[in-house]
Ligand binder design. Sequence first.
Ligand code: Q0N
Length: 287
Amino acid sequence: MPDTAVHVASGKVREIYELGPDRLLLVASDRISTFDVVLPTEIPDKGRVLTGLSAFWFATTRDVCANHLLHVRPDGRSTECRRLEMLPLECIVRGYLAGSGWKDYQRTGRTSGHVLPDGLRESDRLPEPIFTPSTKALEGHDENIDAAAAAALVGEERFREVERVALELYRVAAEHAAARGILIADTKFEFGLDQDGTLVLADEAFTPDSSRFWPADEYEPGRPQPSFDKQYVRDYCESLGWDKTAPGPELPEEIVAGTRRRYVEAFERLTGRAFDDYLANPECVLR
Ligand code: Q0N
């Protein structure tokens, strides 16, 4: 990163720097989190895989919604983006019943105000994808909110636009991924507005960190699904009897290698490109 860049925000595994009044640099590290804890061991190239996947999806969905991506740097892990006025919403679309959607459903038969059919099992495909926004909690977990609460945050008209666009983005990506053996169970978007008030997709898009990726050939509702990318890490952590509080355990070499292979496999299946071609020319995923 340029030594003039000012650090503006940190996520668990990414950093944002300011490049100028209207441009940001997003840098994806090789850190991995599991059970909400960042582990001390990195997965080589994970940041490049996620950056390349995001760039691929931004290009693939550019007719559905404008996005913030300006340029992928030659390092393959840094992207220059337009700086936006971010909407105060986590925009989640669920095609399958997992995570907090499954928890809400078990308690109340609904999630974020969507009444769901009786008798659904964990990981079942929903009759149709649903938009389940949540608020960005400063500390701890995000809170699912209903349409009225979301509309109160961004306005009724903007809410309807975000819902329509988020559902269409999910439909396009989930169909593409399913044809390549990966189910996108759910996904999280962040949107912003440019200076004209145009809705723009920001953050990362359809990466395994912002989405649940499931291997389609192992899909079996009625139980939690294996994670396409993190299952070796989870299984290893479970085998240790670790209590899931920080610090997490170091990962052995074979778990690192197996996990790296899964990330690269997801990249290659979804983009149709060899990962080595991405390393040689990261902007290859934009065509
Ligand atoms: C922004 N976040 C929260 C990286 C992601 N294009 C943008 N313009 C203005 N602000 C943001 C973006 C973007 N993307 C988004 N923070 C600032 C998500 N972060 C958390 C840290 O890791």
